[in-house]
Ligand binder design. Structure first.
Ligand code: ZN
Ligand code: ZN
Length: 273
């Protein structure tokens, strides 16, 4: 059964990605309204009975929506997160507290968690969020076949430990947040620019360089890369696409599909066969 990935939307206004095999679906974050989220899932033929869990990366407001969490608890869909993120989420979200009381808040043990057909690993990502920020390596296991998708949407900086979580994956969702010149000229206060550069988000060039490095360390390049959390004011989709596409092409990886995501429009479905 092929595995599909679609970013329903990604920016500082909201983030939600769905990974599904036709029957079982996992959400990574749920930062949009219930109306937007469930309408977009319905388009894919996915309803409450298909949802096996939501993975929360961190507790910034663009990554979880109280209304969506409320519906998920009502439908008995587990909310899944590493211990520190779950603890912070409980402080901020009454629905998460209800989930905890009803045994629906699941935390990772030694960095991994099994959710229906999915075998999920979590890894910490540098980003200035209380409770920390995490990326997810999602494996879909079907007999001898293992398909993998790695996701990290808010990344302060990259390093070798992060590279290891993205090598040899079938599809990657990764942040390409800003163009350095557009950020410099954005009129934002200096402290905010510094925060974004140092511990907030990755530039197009940092994203492209990281991905080329991941590809060089992989036995086979992934089928597709989705560029996420593209800034609306300090970037354009064309610049983000051109930067990663160009870098991968220069490094001899022109066969991988590079896909853009949008602020509040679902992107092209990526399928891993
Ligand atoms: Zn974010
Ligand atoms: Zn964030």
């Amino acid at each position: 059964m092929p595995l599909h990935v679609r970013v329903l939307g990604s920016s500082s206004s909201g983030n939600c990605t769905v990974v599904w095999d036709g029957t079982h679906a996992l959400l990574v974050d749920c930062g949009f309204s219930p109306r937007y989220t469930f309408r977009n899932l319905r388009v894919l033929g996915l309803g409450p009975s298909n949802l096996t869990g939501v993975l929360i990366t961190h507790t910034h407001g663009d990554h979880f929506n109280e209304g969506v969490l409320g519906f998920l608890v009502e439908w008995r869909v587990p909310i899944c997160a590493p211990e520190s993120v779950a603890a912070d989420l409980i402080k901020r979200s009454p629905a998460a507290r209800t989930a905890a009381n009803e045994g629906l808040l699941r935390t990772f043990c030694d960095g991994s968690l099994e959710i229906a057909w999915f075998d999920v690993g979590c890894f910490e990502v540098p980003h200035d969020s209380p409770g920390g920020c995490y990326g997810y390596a999602i494996a879909h296991v079907e007999g001898q076949t293992r398909r993998t998708v790695s996701v990290a949407t808010d990344v302060g900086f990259t390093g070798e430990h992060l590279r290891a979580r993205f090598t040899d994956t079938d599809a990657i969702v990764f942040e390409s947040n800003h163009d350095p010149m557009m950020l410099e000229n954005s009129g934002r206060p200096e402290w905010l620019k510094q925060r974004i550069r140092k511990i907030g988000h990755l530039s197009n060039q940092q994203c492209a360089g990281f991905l080329a490095d991941v590809f060089h360390h992989s036995t086979r390049p992934p089928a597709a890369v989705v560029l996420a959390h593209i800034s609306q004011t300090c970037n354009t989709n064309a610049l983000a696409l051109e930067c990663t596409h160009g870098e991968l092409h220069r490094n001899g990886f022109s066969r991988t599909l590079v896909v853009e995501s949008f602020r509040m429009t679902a992107n092209k479905v990526v399928t891993v066969k």
